[in-house]
Design a binder for this molecule. Structure first.
Ligand SMILES: [Zn+2]
Length: 55
C-alpha cells in the first residue's frame, strides 16, 4: 500500500478533514472522528505547495 493519501488518519484510518489552528490559522489535516464520542486526535501536516515566483 502506498502512503500517498494523506487525507486518511494515521491512527484509525478514518477520513481526515482540513482544519485550522485557532492560534495562527494554519491549516492541518484533522481526523473526522475528532468530534465523535471516542475522540481521535490523529493529525497530519498539510503539504503546502510552493507558489512559483512571478517571472
Ligand atoms: Zn483518526
Amino acid at each position: 500500500m502506498s502512503d500517498k493519501n494523506n487525507s486518511i488518519c494515521p491512527l484509525c484510518g478514518a477520513k481526515m478533514v482540513i482544519r485550522y489552528k485557532k492560534s495562527d490559522g494554519h491549516p492541518f489535516w484533522g481526523c473526522s472522528k475528532y468530534f465523535s464520542k471516542d475522540r481521535c486526535k490523529g493529525i497530519r501536516a498539510v503539504e503546502v505547495k510552493k507558489v512559483e515566483d512571478k517571472q
